[in-house]
Design a protein around this ligand. Structure first.
Ligand code: ATP
Ligand code: MG
Length: 170
């Protein structure tokens, strides 16, 4: 279904407003010109965003900021959504494995943070099922940003059909 991207982002921040306030982390939304709707399974993309924002909150110290940026890709076919934080970052050597199931940076630092290390791998699967892509960039001690894309027009049809197929046992 087509979903208004700015509403989607506002609602994610609403779900985390308590955490933002209690950790004194600033939340910013930036919707670039031309961004209106994107096609998605709303429940799945909420799950993707919840994981990215909860990661950003977990790994950003008090006084930092988390920014949600929506833009249109160069080919005008996708909306890109970026979750950018000013947190501890991820070492280069871990970046390429970060989407693997159960992969977590340095057990020591992650252990007391809770979580299973599944969030990013599930997020990746859901974004790929939408025909989009997801990439992570990070600078150790400076911050992390994750960008994923969603189609602006239909093309989710094949996803719906695949789901109907599996429900019918095909
Ligand atoms: P879960 O999401 O299942 O609760 P998790 O958050 O540990 O657990 P992922 O979301 O898959 O798992 O993230 C994997 C690992 O990547 C994290 O444990 C953390 O080490 C690192 N990571 C993810 N996002 C960030 C971020 N924004 N800043 C720094 N490190 C991050
Ligand atoms: Mg997570």
């Amino acid at each position: 279904k087509p979903i208004h991207v700015s509403e989607l982002l506002e609602e994610v921040l609403d779900r985390f407003s308590f955490q933002f306030r209690s950790k004194q982390i600033e939340a910013v939304i930036e919707v670039k010109e031309g961004v209106e709707q994107a096609w998605m399974d709303r429940d799945q993309i909420d799950q993707v965003l919840d994981n990215l924002v909860s990661n950003a909150l977990k790994y950003t110290a008090e006084g930092g900021s988390v920014k949600l940026i929506a833009d249109v890709t160069e080919d005008q076919r996708f909306v890109s959504i970026t979750v950018q934080d000013t947190g501890i970052g991820i070492p280069k050597k871990d970046l390429e494995r970060i989407f693997e199931r159960f992969y977590r940076v340095d057990k020591g630092r992650s252990r007391n943070m809770g979580g299973t290390g599944l969030g990013l791998s599930i997020a990746r699967e859901m974004v790929l099922a939408h025909g989009g892509s997801i990439v992570m960039e990070s600078e150790w001690n400076e911050g992390t940003s994750v960008t994923f894309t969603l189609p602006m027009k239909d093309s989710l049809q094949h996803l719906d059909e695949a789901q109907e197929g599996s429900e019918a046992g095909l």
